[in-house]
Design a protein around this ligand. Structure first.
Ligand SMILES: NC(=O)c1ccc[n+]([C@@H]2O[C@H](COP(=O)([O-])OP(=O)(O)OC[C@H]3O[C@@H](n4cnc5c(N)ncnc54)[C@H](OP(=O)(O)O)[C@@H]3O)[C@@H](O)[C@H]2O)c1
Length: 253
């Protein structure tokens, strides 16, 4: 018996990084997976490698497409057990250089689709009296640095909203949790063509001086393992929690 045998899951941001690792892991744990992202060819490649994984290429700011995705999933598979809200963007920008348009764009990609998809899947989960919603947040919601204002605001909102949604949906057997990754080596850690987890600054402070006690960046698979746990029946008495996956980064001064 695999962890997600018979379960139907939607994973956003599944064309790379944490979302791809999660979608891959879910498929190998027996789930039927609907993988969402914009890069169609990446999703199709993933589908060719994973049993029971189908791709749904769209932009998460397209709410009509998200609605179509959920409708299609229920028509084809009869249920939705797991939603992983993961698609996101990040960038560095000082407050003085930021604009309201950029702020709104960040909300539109990182925050609003989480709400929209949860709103679309909840009626099905309520009817089933079963569901797992996992929202991918960030340590930026917990500890702060300059230049990530709008991004941090979306992640802080995700943590607060995860708690309230957990209370709201608990009576229907729906568990809602978040995962807050630290420094994870993915396409997102590549800034202007340079992987920030390989720079002398990163290696000096986070690794050599052990700002990250485990002294290395994390991997997408290590986050996917935690998302899998929170999405499975193994997670039965945890809801509204934000589980930090950061090698100890946020417990150090
Ligand atoms: N890497 C880290 O250190 C780290 C740390 C904390 C939190 N996180 C969070 O982890 C999540 C995944 O990030 P990652 O590190 O795995 O980065 P990634 O490899 O860049 O993955 C981001 C994913 O989001 C998708 N995406 C972005 N904008 C989209 C849009 N408008 N519509 C549909 N899909 C969109 C991308 O697919 P397409 O480009 O194909 O659309 C991609 O699949 C994000 O929520 C991020 O904030 C990452």
């Amino acid at each position: 018996m695999k962890a997600l045998d018979g379960r139907v899951a939607i994973v956003t941001g599944a064309s790379s990084g944490i979302g791809e690792a999660t979608a891959r892991r879910f498929a190998h744990e027996g789930a039927t997976v609907v993988a969402i992202a914009r890069r169609r060819e990446r999703l199709e490649h993933l589908a060719s490698e994973c049993p029971r994984l189908t791709s749904f290429a769209c932009d998460v700011i397209d709410h009509a497409a998200l609605e179509q995705c959920v409708r299609q999933t229920v028509e084809q598979h009869g249920r939705i057990d797991v939603l992983v809200n993961n698609a996101g963007l990040s960038y560095y920008e000082r407050h003085a250089d930021s604009t309201l348009d950029h702020w709104r764009q960040t909300m539109a990609v990182n925050l609003e689709p989480y709400y929209v998809l949860a709103k679309l899947v909840a009626p099905h989960m309520i009817q089933q009296r079963y569901g797992r919603i996992v929202n991918v947040s960030s340590v930026q919601a917990i500890a702060s640095e300059a230049t990530v204002g709008a991004y941090a605001a979306t992640k802080g909102a995700i943590n607060a909203w995860t708690r309230t949604l957990a209370v709201d949906l608990a009576e229907y057997g729906i568990l809602v949790n978040a995962v807050a990754p630290g420094c994870i080596r993915t396409e997102m850690s590549v800034i202007n063509g340079v992987d920030e987890t390989t720079t002398p600054d990163f290696l000096g402070w986070y690794v050599k001086r052990r700002k990250i006690p485990l002294a290395r960046p994390g991997t997408a698979d290590e986050v996917a393992n935690v998302v899998l746990f929170l999405s499975s029946d193994q997670c039965a008495y945890i809801t509204g929690h934000t589980l930090v996956v950061d090698g100890g980064l946020t417990i150090t001064f």
